[in-house]
Design a protein around this ligand. Structure first.
Ligand code: ADP
Length: 379
């Protein structure tokens, strides 16, 4: 700023006018997205920009003159008082993360930069602060931390089994026993691989990195293929698996075929996994109005009613004798639901403990443009 800038901007009557520089600064403060406020030594609000109006919900006229405590939650963390003490000592505090309260009572996580306000003689007359809303980032960080902590915990189980069985097989004198330990180590390695694959898919979904190659096609072939792939499990567990397909060649859905296969496989895997030997699993493909419906029903162990709302949560598993034995990651239904949503479909689960589970997948029918007839083309 040029020295004496403000003196050159007086009007004819000699009334001091804000200098151009001051006008620019005021405009920047007014128009920034950040909430910029200042208060005096008693905590009374002196200035309140548009960003503060947006962030905290109070208009300038409502906030100026009020105590700054209107935006400070009652359960103020002790650090907040420490920051005020530091400012009073003349320090400048940057990127201090804390919580503030909006007019409607909701909380907002803010990144604050706080500085002392001084008059021309350098006397401390108040505090100015710039707040940026980081609620979204802080939620994301919290979710990421939780995810990493659960994922590492889940990875440890098959990893411990894998190293344990390998050590046992190395130390075993009996070749038959060594063979059995190696087989178990191999199973643990497979569980580990599945868990890592699922974790990577979850990370891709959460970071929006899943690329879907959507194209209209008839779902029958993929469902049939999935049913056939599972024939060995059906035989081994002595289950009955029936497929009833009522779709016609015109019942097309617009989905990514690879992901659609993953969805059907996961739901079928679950139906077979959670149905004890001798049980039945049925798959029905029907067309109803504008949707194609795929229903997978089993006569298995079912899900406790109180757990149905958690069934799509990451890592959620019910701990029954069968599910502990069957193993799993608790990520399958989370991934499945996310994929179905992204492809414009719906996924609903009805279930009762010991009575079986019915999973219904619905996808809107793809609108296929009719080809123009030869007569129309001539016109
Ligand atoms: P998992 O890898 O454990 O099978 P999912 O996310 O696919 O993970 O399923 C979450 C939980 O929902 C399972 O652990 C199981 O408790 C329950 N579940 C899912 N499908 C069925 C089903 N068809 N019958 C009974 N329980 C089921």
């Amino acid at each position: 700023m040029a020295k004496g800038d403000s003196n050159r901007d007086g009007d004819a009557a000699g009334t001091p006018q804000p200098s151009v520089t001051q006008q620019i600064l005021t405009s920047i403060v007014q128009n920034t997205d950040d909430a910029v406020i200042s208060r005096d030594l008693d905590g009374k609000i002196l200035t309140w920009n548009k960003g503060a109006e947006r962030l905290y919900g109070y208009k300038m006229s409502e906030a100026v003159g009020k105590p700054v405590s209107i935006i400070v939650p009652d359960d103020l963390p002790p650090d907040d008082r420490d920051v005020v003490r530091r400012i009073r000592r003349g320090e400048h505090v940057e990127h201090y993360v804390t919580t503030r309260q909006r007019k409607d009572g909701s909380k907002v996580v803010v990144d604050l930069t706080v500085s002392p306000l001084r008059d021309k003689r350098g006397r401390f007359i108040g505090i100015s602060s710039i707040a940026r809303d980081i609620t979204e980032q802080s939620m994301m960080l919290k979710r990421q931390r939780e995810f990493i902590s659960i994922a590492s915990h889940e990875l440890r189980t098959p990893l411990t089994a894998l190293t344990g069985y390998l050590a046992l097989s190395q130390g075993a004198d009996d070749p038959l026993q060594a063979n059995e330990f190696t087989r178990r180590a191999y199973q643990a390695a497979q569980r580990l691989t599945k868990l890592v694959e699922d974790l990577l898919e979850v990370a891709r979904l959460e970071e929006d990195r899943v690329v879907l190659d959507l194209a209209p096609f008839n779902p029958s072939a993929i469902v049939e293929e999935s049913v056939q792939e599972l024939a060995p499990v059906v035989r081994q567990k002595r289950l009955q698996l029936r497929l009833k397909d009522e779709l016609t060649g015109r019942d097309l859905v617009k989905v990514d075929p690879v992901k659609f296969h993953q969805i059907v496989r996961n739901l079928l895997d679950n139906a077979l996994k959670y149905t004890p030997s001798g049980g039945r699993v049925s798959v029905n493909l029907t067309s109803s109005g504008d949707v194609v419906r795929i229903r997978i029903k089993d006569t298995g162990i079912g899900i406790d009613e109180k757990n149905l709302e958690k069934i799509f949560d990451k890592f959620f598993r019910e701990y029954t004798e069968l599910s502990v034995h069957a193993g799993g990651t608790g990520l399958g239904l989370f991934i499945t639901k996310q994929l179905v949503d992204r492809m414009g479909g719906t996924l609903a689960i009805r279930s009762r403990r010991q009575q079986g589970t019915a999973v219904t997948l619905e996808f809107p029918k793809a609108k296929v443009r009719k080809r123009k007839t030869a007569a129309k083309r001539k016109k």
